[in-house]
Design a protein around this ligand. Structure first.
Ligand code: FAD
Length: 283
């Protein structure tokens, strides 16, 4: 029996936030030794490119944890992608999570990368030594007509060279298992990590769910209704719920769990303390 992977995701500090806050986050995560920490990317501005590469470099060099850099392509031409990939290479990232990115109303996308699969193929061709990861959606991506259609596109992404998938957040493990069965039946045989985001606020949970077409099951709806105005209790309940999801996923043989930390090290540590033993099988 192999031990599942455990990875974390952080984001560069928001504009106007002190740069040092990311170091507080990383300091707070010290000692957790995940398989990797991934760093998100914005819409492709110069500050996105430098911030993601800089933080990835710090994670690798100072915290000695493999770093994965996200990269979005919808608003970047080939020259900007080349620049970002060079920076990631210099930062020693262990893989790039190749993403299309979300459309922005009124902004004309670049013509070079219409889908994430175009970026996956481009990285495979231009940086053959770089590992390429990609995103997947247990409930189907919001722009796809059906889960089956989305999985057909996911297969294209894997055939283009993505060797590892990380899922969007979901609150009902049954949705993940249904997706996993369909993905495997479609011939997608790369590792698929389950994305878990602990519930931390009622408003943010609802708006995120609406944006991503994530179903809120009754158990989570009850938490939001009962403790929506009581943030500390809602967060405690969210941590418990995330631990239950993770326990069930590991029991069912998941390839790995990717925790969206939301740059909240205290919650991340509490979750890790609860589930750590589940990830040590065979060690
Ligand atoms: P794609 O794989 O291109 O899919 C997008 C849509 O196009 C889907 O509906 C798909 O079915 C469809 N499609 C794909 N290929 C084709 C085709 N050949 N023909 C027709 N339709 C097709 N966003 C950020 O801005 N920064 C981040 O750092 C970031 N990190 C993320 C990490 C994870 C793990 C996940 C799950 C999402 C992340 N996102 C991030 C959000 C992501 O950018 C959006 O979900 C985006 O809308 C889709 O990106 P994608 O790479 O999945 O796109």
């Amino acid at each position: 029996m192999h031990s599942p992977m455990f990875s974390l995701e952080v984001f560069p500090p928001k504009r106007n936030a002190p740069v040092g806050t990311i170091y507080d986050t990383l300091d707070g995560l010290e000692g957790l030794s995940p398989d990797f920490i991934s760093v998100t990317y914005g819409h492709g501005t110069h500050s996105d490119r430098t911030a993601t590469a800089r933080i990835a470099n710090t994670i690798r060099k100072e915290y000695r944890i493999p770093a994965v850099a996200h990269l979005t392509a919808l608003y970047s031409d080939k020259a900007k992608i080349d620049e970002a990939l060079d920076m990631f290479e210099q930062a020693g990232v262990s893989a790039v999570l190749a993403l299309r990115g979300d459309p922005i109303e009124g902004l004309e996308p670049s013509r070079d990368f219409a889908h994430a699969s175009d970026l996956v193929a481009y990285i495979r061709e231009h940086k053959p030594d770089m590992k390429v990861f990609a995103a997947c959606y247990p409930e189907g991506h919001i722009q796809s007509a059906s889960l089956d259609e989305d999985i057909a596109h996911l297969k294209t992404k894997v055939d283009a060279g993505a060797t590892h998938l990380i899922s969007q957040l979901f609150y009902d493990n049954e949705d993940f298992y249904r997706f996993l069965d369909k993905a495997r039946a479609a011939g997608i045989d790369v590792p698929i990590e389950a994305g878990i985001m602990p519930v931390a606020g009622a408003k943010s949970t609802r708006s995120m769910a609406e944006r991503n077409r994530t179903r809120i099951p009754r158990a989570v709806e009850s938490m939001l209704e009962r403790w929506g105005d009581d943030v500390p209790t809602l967060r405690a309940a969210g941590i418990n719920y995330a631990c239950e999801q993770i326990t069930d996923l590991v029991a069912n043989g998941v390839d790995g769990v990717h925790l969206y930390t939301m740059n909240r090290p205290a919650s991340t540590r509490r979750i890790w303390r609860n589930v750590e033993a589940l990830f040590a099988v065979g060690e």
